[in-house]
Ligand binder design. Structure first.
Ligand SMILES: Cc1ncc(COP(=O)(O)O)c(C=O)c1O
Length: 509
C-alpha cells in the first residue's frame, strides 16, 4: 500500500456526476491534503510500522487541518460571549452568532422561522433536549414513532420522556435490511394518529449507510398533525440537507440534531435546529446564566431571543466556531459534489468487498437500488466481528469499529437473518442464543478524505484474514467482554502519547 494518497479515477456510478467543476475539485483537494491524523503510523504485529488506514469516520471524523488553522487564528481572541464590551468578547460574540447563522444556512433552514442552538455532548444531548421539550410543548400527544434502525441516542430519550414509543421495523433490502418500512409507518400513523407527537428517524443509518426518505416521512407526519425529528448525526456531512423551502411545505423538516465530532470539528458540540414556535411557548429545559433578561430573588424573566434562551451557561465557543468553519469549508466545495463523490466511493467499496471470500455484507448490496452513504457493515464467515476488527488493527493498521454501533435491534435482526441457512436446524431459543453470541458486525466508514486505496487496503487485509484465519486465531485470547487480545504483541499507548508525559516534557523544555 503506497503512502501516497490519491483521489483520482473513482469509477462512475449511477446518479453521480462524472465530473466535478474545477473550482470545487481544487477546494476539495485542498481539504483532503490537510487532514490531521491521516498519515499517523503505528507499529503492527508483523513487519515495520504502517500508516493507519482510518475507516472509522462514522464514530468520529478526523479533524480538517483547515479547521485547526482557523481555531489557531481565533484562539488569541478567545473570550466569554457573556462579556460584551471588550474587543475579544465582541469578536467572540460576533463569531459565535455567525456560527449559528452558518448552521442554519448549511441545512437550508429559513432563519425567520427556524433557530439553532448548541448543546453539550453531541447529538445525544440534542435529542434528550428535544424529547423533554416537545413532550411539554405538546402535552396532548404522548407517543413517539421511531424505527428499529435507530442509534440508541434517537430512541432512549423518547422512551424516557414519553408514555409510549412505537418502533416501526425496517424494510427488506435483498437478503438484508434497508430503511424504515414506509407501509408499516403509514399504518402506525393510522393506528396512533392523534397521540403521535413526532416521528424520530435517522437521516442515514450508522450501520448500513441507508438514506431514509425524510421528506416523504415529513409529509406523512404532517398530514397527521405530527412533527418530524431527524437524527442527522450521519447525514449532515454526507448528504445535502434542506429543512425548509419546499414547494410543498409539508415536506419541510421540523427538528434536526447532529454533532461536531462527526463533522470534521473538534470536541462534540451538539446542535439542534428547530422551528422557533416549538421552543418559544414554554420555559427552556435548562436555566442559568445567559438565558435570562432579569433575575430577582423571587422570580426571573427568560429572554425571548433565540438562541440565547436555549443556551444557559457558557457555551463551547471554540467548538461552535470550529464546527462552523468545517461546514463553511464543505459548503464552499458544495455538498452535492461531496455527496456524489462519497456515493461513488460507497459503490466502489460494495463492489470490492463482494470479492472477499466468505464475506457477508449487511444492508442493501448495491447503490444502484437505493441511496447509501458513509458506512458499510460486514462479517467474515467463521470469524467473530471482534476477531476480524482486532486483526485488521494489529496486523494491517486498518481502524474500523465492531459490535453493534449502539443500534442493537437493527444489528441483531440482520445477524439473525444472515443465519437463515442454519436456522432450520435450530430451535428458536438456540437461534436467539447464537445470534446473541455473534451479535455484532465490523463497520468500515468513510469521510471526505477516504479513498479507493483505503478500500483496497481493507479488502486486501480481509482476504488475508480469511486465508490465514486458522493460523491467526490461536494467536489471540478471547476476553470476557468479547474482545480479542493478541497473546504476544501489544501496542503501548503511553509510549506513543500520554498527557502527563507531554505536560512534563513541555514544562521541562
Ligand atoms: C445515527 C447516530 N445518531 C446519534 C449518534 C450519537 O451521536 P453523539 O455521539 O454525537 O451523541 C450517533 C453516533 O454514532 C449516530 O451514529
Amino acid at each position: 500500500m503506497s503512502a501516497e494518497r490519491t483521489h483520482a479515477a473513482l469509477p462512475a456510478s449511477s446518479g453521480a456526476p462524472s465530473e466535478i467543476r474545477p473550482k470545487a475539485a481544487a477546494r476539495l483537494d485542498r481539504l483532503r491534503r490537510d487532514v490531521i491524523g491521516l498519515d499517523v503510523r503505528y507499529p503492527v504485529a508483523e513487519g515495520p510500522a504502517r500508516r493507519r488506514v482510518y475507516l472509522d469516520s462514522a464514530a468520529s471524523t478526523l479533524r480538517l487541518g483547515l479547521v485547526q488553522k482557523v481555531l489557531d487564528r481565533y484562539q488569541p481572541h478567545y473570550a466569554n460571549t457573556h462579556s460584551t464590551l471588550h474587543y475579544a468578547a465582541r469578536l467572540s460574540t460576533t463569531e459565535f452568532a455567525w456560527a449559528h447563522r452558518l448552521v442554519l444556512e448549511f441545512v437550508s433552514a429559513d432563519p425567520a422561522r427556524w433557530m439553532c442552538f448548541f448543546t453539550g455532548s453531541g447529538t445525544t444531548a440534542g435529542m434528550n433536549r428535544v424529547a423533554r421539550t416537545l413532550r411539554r410543548a405538546r402535552p396532548g400527544r404522548d407517543l413517539v414513532v421511531t424505527s428499529s434502525m435507530e442509534h440508541h441516542s434517537n430512541d432512549l430519550p423518547h422512551r424516557k420522556h414519553f408514555a409510549e414509543v412505537v418502533h416501526v421495523p425496517s424494510g427488506l433490502a435483498g437478503q438484508s435490511l434497508g430503511g424504515i418500512d414506509m407501509a408499516r409507518l403509514k399504518s402506525a400513523f393510522e393506528t396512533h394518529g392523534p397521540r403521535i407527537n413526532y416521528v424520530a428517524v435517522t437521516g442515514v443509518s450508522n450501520v448500513t449507510g441507508f438514506v431514509n426518505p425524510v421528506h416523504d416521512i415529513a409529509a406523512l407526519a404532517h398530514r397527521h398533525g405530527a412533527l418530524i425529528v431527524v437524527d442527522a448525526a450521519q447525514m449532515v456531512v454526507h448528504a445535502p440537507i434542506r429543512m425548509s423551502g419546499h414547494a410543498d411545505a409539508g415536506r419541510d423538516i421540523d427538528v434536526l440534531a447532529f454533532s461536531g465530532h462527526k463533522a470534521y470539528a473538534p470536541g462534540a458540540p451538539g446542535v439542534v435546529v428547530a422551528r422557533k414556535e416549538l421552543f418559544a411557548g414554554i420555559e427552556p429545559e435548562e436555566v442559568g446564566g445567559g438565558m435570562v433578561d432579569a433575575v430577582w430573588l423571587d422570580r426571573y424573566t427568560v429572554s425571548d431571543h433565540f438562541p440565547e434562551r436555549e443556551e444557559a451557561g457558557t457555551p463551547n465557543i471554540p467548538g461552535a466556531i470550529g464546527l462552523a468553519a468545517a461546514l463553511y469549508a464543505l459548503q464552499q466545495v458544495g455538498m452535492e459534489t461531496i455527496a456524489a463523490e462519497e456515493r461513488r466511493l460507497m459503490a466502489y467499496a460494495l463492489r470490492a468487498l463482494a470479492t472477499v471470500p466468505g464475506i457477508v455484507v449487511y444492508g442493501p448490496a448495491s447503490v444502484e437500488d437505493c441511496a447509501l452513504v458513509g458506512a458499510v457493515a460486514f462479517n467474515l464467515e467463521g470469524c467473530d466481528h471482534a476477531f476480524t476488527a482486532a486483526v485488521l488493527n494489529d496486523y494491517f493498521n486498518v481502524a474500523v469499529r465492531n459490535e453493534c454501533f449502539c443500534a442493537h435491534p437493527y444489528v441483531r435482526e440482520m445477524v439473525m437473518m444472515s443465519l437463515e441457512g442454519v436456522a432450520e436446524k435450530l430451535s428458536n431459543q438456540e437461534l436467539e442464543r447464537l445470534a446473541e453470541q455473534h451479535r455484532g458486525m465490523v463497520r468500515a466508514s468513510f469521510g471526505v478524505y477516504s479513498t479507493p486505496e483505503d478500500v483496497d487496503a481493507l479488502v486486501a487485509a480481509l482476504r488475508e484474514i480469511a486465508a490465514r484465519r486458522d493460523e491467526l486465531l490461536p494467536l489471540y485470547e478471547r476476553l470476557e467482554n468479547g474482545d480479542y487480545r493478541h497473546r504476544s504483541f501489544a501496542f503501548d499507548t503511553a509510549a506513543t502519547f500520554s498527557t502527563r508525559a507531554a505536560v512534563q516534557e513541555l514544562l521541562a523544555g
